[in-house]
Design a protein around this ligand. Structure first.
Ligand code: PLP
Length: 441
């Protein structure tokens, strides 16, 4: 390990590149010879304004974000966005379809793991009371129904199982045609706790079923080639900047906390399509719930993400990380490297499985590239807390930390975000090989 640093396989906040941490540590004392440390720098200073613009430009370039979408920076994490998307997209729906009843303002959730479940529960909570936000949150598909044990999130369901409400695409042109589109369609691209992820290959049955949401191209031609502006929301917290985002332009909102691949906790990135930057007060006059200002996308966008004091330090580090990504060949290269990393790791889990020592938790085709989850088996062939502790302790002695699974599901979780190198993964593979051998003997 460099500088006596361990290799951090934790799920987040997670490892950052050493060169970034070294640079940040000197700039904490004196940022670019201003005489002021980065954590003390005014968010109205020209230095910070430059940093923020640079961060935005680099994210835009790497993810190929089109001009139809704004990139905004805020706080409150992924959890803050569970609430913010509900408020903002219900306000948008209210402005588009003022005549509808609350029941017709559908918020459609795809459940593939703990985080999408939490987001759905928050939507239900916000909708619930008579003084709620005025929407109807429902589940489109629950992956647990397709699991091996009937209760775990271990898969991405096949496309035929998604029960999106039918809508008339033409209603986007002729606003009064029914049924109208939902207010929000929600999915979590990578489930950090459960280790399942949508495939980025859109032909795969485990990819997000965009095709079911959008009308056939012939309908688009009738409408002058315009695709409907659907309110599709993706939580990319734990896969942001690990590989390109398929069909990014078709999303209304993509959000991510920075603390996996991009920087320290405290910074939340939101990519918002312009039609979702709605006037909260105009919507409130029509009966929508007023949006707390720090959640209102339009307020944040109109002020270039400095409506109130942003997380200056986290933004600074994220900008360093983005520069590092570009220096190392950009997202296209990260995609290749991350693919090799996960193949290596799943490869050794498979060997462990054949040896009767390890057991994968996720069904084939749904494996996360970022969070590799498995169990360690005892002599009886069942998952064993003692055997798992042996695995964790042995790894820890070799300077590899953060391998314990999430407290809600147990097992082992190796998070292999961008800052984990191929060499780091190789060390884990070598250790795991030795562990399998020792357990077998
Ligand atoms: N969504 C996903 C996929 C996550 O992994 C997390 C946190 O790990 C969250 C949302 C919640 O993010 P935060 O802790 O930033 O609120």
């Amino acid at each position: 390990p460099d500088n006596n640093r361990a290799v951090n396989f934790g799920a987040g906040p997670s490892a950052l590149p050493l060169s970034v941490l070294q640079k940040a540590s000197t700039n904490i004392l004196n940022f670019q010879n201003t005489g002021i440390g980065i954590t003390e720098l005014s968010h109205r200073s020209k230095e910070f304004t430059g940093l923020l613009a640079d961060l935005e430009a680099r994210i835009r370039k790497q993810l190929d974000v089109p001009p139809t979408h704004k990139i905004i920076f805020t706080q409150g994490g992924g959890t803050g966005q569970f609430s913010a998307v509900v408020y903002n997209l219900l306000a948008r729906h209210r402005l588009l379809y003022p005549e509808l009843g609350d029941d017709e303002r559908r918020l459609e959730y795809v459940l593939t793991g703990s985080w999408s479940k939490r987001a759905m529960e928050e939507a239900k909570r916000l909708c619930a009371s008579p003084r709620g936000v005025g929407g109807n949150a429902r589940v489109v598909v629950d992956a647990r129904a397709f699991s091996k044990d009937g209760k775990s999130f271990d898969n991405i369901p096949p496309h035929a199982e998604y029960q999106f409400s039918p809508y008339t695409a033409a209603s986007l042109v002729h606003l009064r045609t029914r049924p109208p589109p939902p207010a929000l369609i929600y999915y979590c691209e990578n489930e950090t706790v459960d280790g399942v992820q949508f495939s980025d290959d859109l032909e795969s049955p485990q990819s997000f079923p965009f095709g079911l949401l959008f009308p056939p191209d012939s309908d688009n031609e009738e409408r002058g080639g315009h695709r409907p502006l659907l309110p599709l929301v993706g939580d990319y917290s734990s896969s942001f900047m690990s590989r390109p985002i398929p069909r990014l332009a078709d999303h209304a909102v993509i959000f991510a906390g920075a603390q996996k691949n991009l920087g320290p906790a405290g910074l939340t990135i939101v990519i918002v399509r312009q039609d979702c930057l709605v006037d909260a007060d105009a919507a409130a006059k029509l009966g929508a719930a007023p949006i707390p200002l720090t959640f209102a996308y339009k307020t944040i966008a109109d002020s270039n993400s400095v409506y109130n004091t942003p997380s200056v330090f986290a933004i600074y580090v994220a900008e360093l990380v983005m520069k590092n990504i570009e220096r190392e060949g950009g997202l296209a290269r990260y995609e290749q490297v991350n693919r090799r990393k996960k193949q290596k790791l799943y490869g050794i889990v498979e060997e462990g499985e054949e040896a009767g020592v390890l057991r994968r938790k996720v069904q084939e085709g749904s494996e996360s590239w970022m969070n590799v989850v498995f169990e360690v088996l005892g002599k009886d062939g069942l998952a064993s807390k003692e055997a798992e502790q042996r695995f964790i302790d042995g790894a820890s002695q070799k300077g590899m930390l953060g391998l314990k699974g999430h407290r809600s599901v147990g097992g082992i979780r190796a998070s292999i975000y961008n800052a984990i190198t191929e060499d780091n993964v190789e060390s884990l593979v070598v250790y795991t090989t030795e562990f399998i051998q020792a357990e077998k003997d």
